[in-house]
Design a protein around this ligand. Structure first.
Ligand SMILES: *Cc1c(COP(=O)(O)O)cnc(C)c1O
Length: 417
């Protein structure tokens, strides 16, 4: 057996025997996986449909049109670019599409839930653009008085909303009101919640006045690893100077993705994206998304009943963030304890975290993956109990070994799709 095949089999077994609660992970459907192994992987298609740099693009043109049309319909916007290779570089494409080096972008403080690509100092682009920060209130909710003041003072080119660790619905309309005063472009990074917006269960930023958005396709959307850059066609002069008008946001975004940042699109991935976008229109997907939200509610209330503190005191979406401040635990050791019994989670910073980022005070737990495997209410209670028993075990080997056996057995009930 080839060495790589051995690793694929081992990874399959790891996924099958573990409980996956990393909020950004999910399982792709067999149809989506199959599309990525198709002959579209062989094809060069630099450019856009009807404007390619190579011949032989009859079917790639049709395929990309299909993905674009499905994305636009699903997210209620005028334009979709489906070529960005993943979420991180989709964000960079957007920044350069609408900003010049040195321009200001107002986003959330990173330790309050922002993503690395929202200007973390370890990224190149934090040195290119002027990232400024708003924060959350002690309750964990966004401080809109501060957003308004900063927008007035800084006149940012872009106001960035959405994050990697934020368990609440977002008040897009408040951002929209603020951006009207500061002439800022409104950009929502809905990477985590794209699937719930597609299912109509969480608010859509385009219905609330946002100009552009990005979602990864591999998180709650259950597609291949990739991203959608979505935008409205007519942005009415959100910039300060008349010579800078952004009357054509879609063209700017397309040019930023290709040729500014990327070469040939991954057409096999786009095939998978097109399938995932179709799947997301079905009643079955809506039911799935509803169940994932319900499962998160159950997890939140069970953990609270066990005495855990949650950031914002609960959740409106698929993620729950535990706050271990004052408990003697921290996110890193909690992650390790759970890993030792076969449960994957991710440590997370919490607002005004007293601990350093590599040993933060929070733990992020999400339901999209296990919901895909069919977990419903009653078994969600079991998962909450596993978590509590591991976290309260004090590292006791006997308890952890018993729990690990229970987790493995639990997982045989829930095969991968
Ligand atoms: C996951 C995520 C990204 C980056 O996506 P990759 O595909 O990992 O590059 C960007 N922004 C947010 C808010 C995310 O959650």
């Amino acid at each position: 057996m080839d060495e790589v095949q051995r690793l694929i089999d081992a990874e399959y077994a790891r996924q099958q025997t573990g409980i996956e609660l990393i909020a950004s992970e999910n399982y792709q459907s067999p149809a989506v996986l199959k599309a990525q192994a198709s002959v579209f992987a062989n094809k060069y298609a630099e450019g856009y449909p009807g404007r390619r740099y190579y011949g032989g693009n009859r079917y790639t043109d049709e395929l990309e049109h299909l993905a674009i049309d499905r994305a636009k319909a699903l997210f209620h916007c005028d334009h979709a670019n489906v070529q960005a290779l993943s979420g991180a570089n989709a964000n960079l494409c957007f920044y350069t599409a609408v900003m010049k080096p040195g321009d200001t972008i107002l986003g959330m403080d990173l330790t309050h839930g922002g993503h690395l690509t929202h200007g973390a100092p370890v990224t190149f682009f934090s040195h290119v653009f002027n990232f400024q920060r708003y924060q959350t209130l002690p309750t964990g909710e966004i401080d809109f008085a501060q957003v308004r003041q900063l927008a007035r003072d800084l006149r940012p080119q872009v106001i960035l909303a959405w994050f990697s660790a934020y368990p609440r619905e977002l008040e897009y309309a408040k951002f929209a009101e603020i951006a009207q005063e500061s002439w800022s472009i409104l950009y929502a990074d809905i990477s985590h919640i794209g699937g719930f917006i597609a299912a109509g269960l969480l608010k859509n930023p385009f219905d609330e006045g946002f100009h552009a958005a990005m979602t990864t396709t591999h998180k709650s959307l259950r597609g291949p690893r990739g991203a959608l850059l979505l935008s409205q066609g007519k942005v009415s002069n959100p910039l300060k100077k008349p010579e800078d008008t952004l009357e054509n946001l879609p063209t700017r975004i397309d040019r930023a993705v290709f040729p500014w940042f990327q070469g040939g699109p991954h057409m096999h991935t786009i095939a998978g994206i097109a399938i995932a976008l179709e799947e997301a229109t079905t009643p079955a997907f809506r039911q799935y998304a509803q169940q994932a939200l319900l499962n998160a509610q159950i997890l939140a209330s069970d953990l609270q009943a066990y005495g855990y503190q949650l950031v914002t005191g609960g959740t409106d979406n698929h993620m729950v963030i535990l706050d271990f401040t004052w408990t003697g635990l921290d996110g890193a050791s909690a992650e390790e304890l759970l890993e030792s019994i076969g449960i994957s989670t991710s440590k997370s910073t919490i607002p005004n975290d007293p601990n350093p980022p590599f040993r933060p005070s929070g733990l992020r737990i999400g339901t999209p993956a296990m919901t895909t495997r069919g977990v419903k209410e009653s078994w969600m209670h079991h998962i909450a109990t596993f978590i509590h028993q591991a976290l309260s075990s004090g590292g006791d080997e006997t308890i952890l070994t018993r729990l690990q056996a229970e987790v493995t057995e639990f997982c045989t009930l829930y095969p991968l799709p």
